[in-house]
Write a protein that binds this ligand. Sequence first.
Ligand code: PLP
Length: 381
Amino acid sequence: MPVLASQRSAFEVPEHICYLNCSYMAPQLRVVRQAGKAAIDWRCRPWEIRSADFFDKVERVRTLFGELAGTSAECIALVPSASYGLATAAAALPFGPGEAVLLLEGEYPSNFYIWERLARERGGTLVRVERPSDGDWTAAVLDRLVPEVRIASLPHCYWADGAALDLARIAGACRAQETALVLDLTQSWGAMPLDLAAVDPDFAIAAGYKWLLSPYGSGLMYVAPRHHDKRPLEENWAARAGAENFAELVPYKDAYQPGARRFDVGERSNFTAVAQMEAALEQLVAWGVEAIAAQLQILTGKLAELCAGADMRQSPAPLQAPHIIGFPLPAEAGADLVERMAADGVYLSRRGAMLRLSPHLHVEQSDLDRFEKALRSSGKR
Ligand SMILES: Cc1ncc(COP(=O)(O)O)c(C=O)c1O
């Protein structure tokens, strides 16, 4: 696997900033800014925007993302957020009284509230998999996958520390008892390889503004072909057959656009966002997820060594994502550690009791040096 050297020049990160916070929000690619600016300029000339422009770039985004995710454009829908995609899945999957949805304890709220509501409204329950002391989420999930669990809604790695799940194993167990599998891949798609065909989830969703390097308010959803006939969350004109012909939107059409297109959010042709997604996905496809992951693993490994040197050690996890690492906050570090590091030009997150580091390809040796220095001066009072 060829390892990608630093790609700093592709990003808008100034020299004096050590940004280790892609899990919070992606650093912006230069090509993404240029595409956005060009789209805003184009919008000043609506007479140049043709009906085909509502569809062509959207289809290009579907194709590019299909390539990145290892599936076909037919299975991809454009959504505005992870919560929208998860709500689509919750509305589409069968679920009744006495049944359960399985989630990780401490799951990101967008992947909690919708299932909590579904369980409450339909007389079901939640099975919440407690955080395992040995970091083995896979074993913990398999252990709690009782027959009442009809839906499991899981990530590829835990959002606060990157402890990873073996989704192929979990998917096999779900399949064996006909439990639907929904994936929130917001913290992994684009940075962590996933064999989508082998896992074969029912729905998989990612907000775009993290590892897909796309704008805030964009997201992508995979819908398995067996659900392409399900009910979308809303009804919009562009999702119906023949929408390309603006002169004939009426009479109304019963048929939808083919594949997963019926699940697109209304106004998904959003010209600025779609142009920016196209630019981001082109770059990600050119780099390749395997190569991105290989380089990010090197970077997180080096960061972990620096943290160990400052007496901060990762909680053990048998499987660890390549791109996110978390450390228990040292008691003596003080609640304002993140702010003090930021004052030294180093950006990372605190999530609960964890300090989270999540670099992208712009990070290079000078960033690691800056991080080490800031950790030494800010890590301990
Ligand atoms: C695991 C996970 N899912 C989803 C989101 C974002 O959710 P939404 O797109 O609904 O705002 C985040 C944001 O941090 C996240 O970490």
